[in-house]
Design a binder for this molecule. Structure first.
Ligand code: MG
Length: 374
């Protein structure tokens, strides 16, 4: 018999007092549905947004559209945010995994991720909707630079941002011994991918592995809430861990030639000619520009972080927007020119200004006031 063995673990981490992440594993109407959501918004509003999402998905019946349920969660978050000022501006990411017959479906919005470990290889199934991912795609920064980029937590898509949200959905054929991980950025920001792969490959069931992943993020500093769900596709009878197993309705083939949707897509890309690739690159670059300019609208970018400081002609300037200009298309404008001389700015402020950290308007003004009083 083919079964899913799973475990979900979450921890507030070492810095934050509350946990704004939510997870769903084995509690839903559809027992093969697994969800991780990472809430955004102060004063516990993020917690509300992420739990609205898991509550709505909990009621999803097998066969119903996952994408529509996520859209429904988006509208509910917006409605609650509009009805009560304390929840205004709240949002959440979501990554959901569901099995049906021998197929797994992955849907996501934001930077919570899904990974597949198959044959010892770790493959990321989702592509973050984040500023740094767009910048990697446009060639503005490298993957290595993204890892400690000051704006790495800025997401360009979230539930609760606007009326319609685009949900990315993909599916792949499941194989026995597949191990799938869903996680919030509290894991991926703290633990490198090779280290995640190493832990996932270690002997141990989904519960042991989940706890090791959370521990690794905590050992690395636990700067954010950490949530992981690990799902194993097994061919064993449900054993003592019956409470966290779910049956997949139809048998998974023991051997499959389909090594996953991502690999076949790559093959097709290789077949395509140079012209096609160049065109693709052009379209993608244009898309990035459109996306990044959309990121300037409050609906996409959290209003709390759209100002940054910079040096211009020897003085400190406050800019509104994002510190980038892909293809020469500037994504910011000067907002306030100060009388602070660049030569008189010392560390650590000098570095913060040079690396264009993003702030709320109030924080940017507070920093300038602080510097003026020195
Ligand atoms: Mg997080």
């Amino acid at each position: 018999m083919v079964s899913l063995e799973y475990f979900g673990a979450t921890d507030a981490g070492k810095v934050r007092s509350n946990n704004e992440d939510s997870l769903l594993a084995g509690r839903g109407t559809d027992k093969t549905l697994f969800v991780v959501a990472d809430g955004i918004g102060g004063f516990e509003a993020g917690e509300v947004a992420s739990s609205i999402t898991t509550e709505i998905l909990e009621d999803l019946a097998p066969g119903d559209s996952l994408e529509e349920a996520i859209q429904r969660a988006n509208r509910k978050i917006l409605a609650v945010a509009r009805s009560d000022r304390q929840f205004s501006g709240m949002g959440t990411t979501v990554v959901a995994l569901r099995f049906s017959n021998s197929t797994a479906e992955v849907a996501h919005v934001g930077d919570s991720r899904a990974y597949l470990l198959r044959g010892g290889q770790l493959q990321q199934l989702t592509e973050d909707h984040s500023l740094v991912t767009e910048l990697i795609r446009s060639g503005d920064i490298t993957r290595a630079q993204a890892a400690d980029h000051p704006q790495r937590n800025l997401i360009t898509r979230a539930l609760g941002a606007e009326e319609d949200v685009q949900v990315d959905v993909r599916s792949f054929k499941v194989q026995l011994a597949d191990r799938i991980l869903l996680c919030s950025d509290g894991l991926t920001d703290m633990v490198s991918e090779p280290e995640i792969a190493r832990i996932l490959k270690e002997p141990g069931d989904s519960k042991e592995v989940s706890q090791r992943l959370v521990d690794a993020a905590l050992d690395a500093g636990g700067a954010d809430n950490i949530t992981v769900v690990v799902v194993d596709v097994k061919d064993t009878e449900p054993g003592p861990s019956r409470d966290r197993t779910a049956e997949i309705p139809v048998a998974v083939p023991r051997r499959s030639r389909d090594a996953g949707a991502a690999r076949s897509t790559k093959r097709e890309e290789r077949r395509g000619g140079r012209v096609k690739r160049t065109l693709k690159a052009l379209v993608r670059t244009l898309l990035v520009v459109v996306l990044l300019s959309a990121a300037l609208t409050p609906a996409y970018l959290w209003a709390s972080s759209r100002y940054f400081l910079g040096f211009d002609q020897g003085v400190v300037v406050i800019y509104r927007g994002l510190p980038y200009a892909p293809l020469g298309f500037k994504l910011n404008q000067e907002w306030q020119r100060t009388n602070l001389q660049e030569s008189r700015i010392n560390q650590p402020y000098r570095q913060q200004i040079s690396e264009h950290r993003l702030y709320s308007k109030d924080s940017a003004e507070a920093i300038v006031r602080d510097l003026q009083s020195k």
